[in-house]
Design a protein around this ligand. Structure first.
Ligand code: HEM
Length: 413
């Protein structure tokens, strides 16, 4: 994995960091325990070209926290808020307590904590109306949508992910406390995947329908990922082209200057009806998606990573993978540019209550990559029988910050 045991030195948030500049009162850094290789000591970088939490292998838990700016907030105040949140996130992700932390010990086990900032239209507009990209707005309405307005709004998003729920709760509270005078919570959602260590590293997770979810995703660290999500080739590694052909290198063309090194996020809150899914038999479930439930192999193959063959036919001459199956609709006939990175988390609030998927989709260009897929799925997709989008938001994901800087600096300066 990307986590380095105990490796705080390289990304360290030492006493020279922005949040601890005046930590002379002794606050700001709890004593680090010797975790002796425990998972809690694993850190993800905070500073860098890109924000963490996008290409980072998904952690076990995610909290999505969306804020609405208080009326009358100025650009200068927004910058103060972003500086504060940046200092908090830079410290917390490295296992250090931020300045205002009164439970410093809770910051000591980061367990791959990441905090990823997303900017909504309202926040970007504070820097100037001309800075707002065209695509930073609610998606068009789809016939399948049953959106709840209160889950489909916000000016700033914090995607807080980590492998330890206590660390996550603490981080969320710190970030919330430092936001109160600038913004109100618009909505929040919690999601989960397999617990750390439950399945092998890199194993595909299962969603609440029992399906392997995330098989056909561009691989972190690959040239494909750089093009499809960051909108540019890294030029650092040999191209590893997927079975889809070579994604073009210009997918970042619609990212404004201040978003270079960043990307876009479409976050769909999709309810999954487990009661009606229970009633469908296994062949019907597999038919709806075009993959088997046990191995996740396409119905035309035997292995999870076999490339689906949408032309394969059975003895009656019918296509093995239905033209209306989820993977056929999401892929068949679409060009190599029409790809996204799905970083999804399950949610279930209790027996018989809400269950579904926090469907986080990262891509350089919403119009060229996300929308063609979503439009087709809204039109025809057998899986729609059991799924209902109930929340939808669109975010600009700024580039990473450099030590001493803050997330969004390219936008406001
Ligand atoms: C693939 C489930 C919503 C786009 C898959 C797969 C499953 C799945 C089981 C096959 C394994 C994999 O490659 O991950 C679901 C469920 C959803 C949902 C349960 C809703 C609750 C969406 C939405 C989109 C989408 C909203 C995009 C707008 C895709 C794409 C693939 C895929 C692009 C890969 C297709 C390929 O290249 O083979 N999904 N999905 N899915 N899904 Fe979904």
């Amino acid at each position: 994995g990307a986590g380095l045991i105990g490796a705080t030195a390289g990304f360290g948030f030492g006493r020279s960091g922005p949040g601890s500049a005046d930590a002379a009162d002794g606050k700001g850094e709890p004593p680090r325990r010797d975790l002796d290789g425990a998972n809690g000591a694993q850190v993800e970088p905070f500073y860098g070209t890109h924000q963490s939490g996008v290409e980072t292998p998904p952690q076990a838990y995610a909290h999505f926290l969306a804020f609405t700016l208080r009326p009358g907030i100025t650009a200068a105040e927004a910058v103060r808020w972003l500086r504060l949140l940046t200092a908090d996130a830079a410290a917390l992700t490295q296992g250090q307590a931020p300045l205002a932390d009164s439970e410093t010990e809770l910051a000591a086990d980061p367990a791959r904590l990441t905090v990823t900032f997303g900017f909504g239209r309202g926040l970007v507009a504070l820097a100037g109306k001309n800075k707002v990209p065209e695509w930073l707005k609610p998606l068009e309405a789809f016939s399948i949508d049953r959106l709840q307005p209160e889950r489909s709004t916000g000016d700033l998003l914090l995607q807080i992910c980590g492998d330890d729920p206590l660390t996550l709760a603490h981080a969320r509270r710190m970030l919330f406390k430092d936001s109160r005078s600038f913004a109100k919570v618009a909505w929040q959602r919690e999601g989960f995947r397999r617990a750390y260590g439950s399945s092998g590293e890199g194993a595909t997770q299962r969603n609440l329908f029992g399906q392997l979810d995330g098989t056909a995703n561009p691989g972190p660290g690959s040239e494909d990922f750089a093009r499809i999500i960051w909108g540019a080739g890294t030029g650092q590694s040999e191209p590893v082209f997927s079975a889809r052909g070579e994604p073009p290198a210009d997918l970042g063309a619609h990212l404004p200057e201040w978003l270079r090194g960043g990307t876009t996020l479409v976050l769909r809150d999709i309810a999954m009806n487990l009661d009606t899914w229970d009633k469908a038999d296994r062949p019907a479930r597999e038919f709806s998606t075009g993959r088997t439930l046990d191995t996740g192999a396409p119905l035309s193959g035997t292995d999870e990573f076999d490339v689906p063959d949408f032309t394969a036919v059975d003895e009656r001459g019918l296509t093995t993978i239905s033209k209306a199956a989820h993977i056929a609709r999401a892929r068949d006939g679409l060009g190599p540019e029409v790809q996204i990175h799905r970083r999804t988390f399950n949610y279930e609030t209790g027996a018989g209550e809400e269950s579904g998927l926090l469907f986080a989709s990262f891509q350089a260009d919403i119009e060229r990559q996300f929308l063609p897929i979503q439009r087709r799925l809204a039109e025809v997709d057998l899986l729609n029988e059991w799924t209902t989008p109930i929340g939808s938001t669109v975010w600009a994901i700024p580039p990473g910050a450099s030590d001493g800087g803050y997330i969004g600096q390219e936008l406001f300066e």
